[in-house]
Design a protein. Structure first.
Length: 94
């Protein structure tokens, strides 16, 4: 598996969230999580996302454990954390 994709999995990102952030098809994101490789045209964006997620994992912000929250609430909180770390890195906006 591609190392950047492994980071996304460790951060708890699901296909629909990866697709939304990177502006790709949900099936494309699901394919990556199943072992597919990101195309060279999007590899830099995937790497930037992985770096933001690494920072959030390092700081204990990801993964967000569901507890009593709905999957939608977890996805929204995950999106907010990733957005924050993107902004901190001066990376692409989501």
């Amino acid at each position: 598996m591609h190392p950047d994709i492994q980071v996304l999995i460790e951060g708890g990102l699901r296909p629909h969230l990866i697709a939304q952030i990177l502006k790709v098809n949900r099936n494309t994101a699901a394919n990556w999580l199943a072992g597919g490789e990101p195309h060279v045209m999007i590899a830099e964006r995937v790497h930037e996302l992985a770096e933001a997620v690494k920072g959030a994992i390092r700081d204990g912000k990801l993964p967000i454990l569901p507890g009593s929250d709905s999957s939608t609430a977890v996805a929204m909180r995950t999106y907010a954390v990733v957005s924050h770390y993107f902004a901190e890195r001066g990376a692409i906006t989501i």
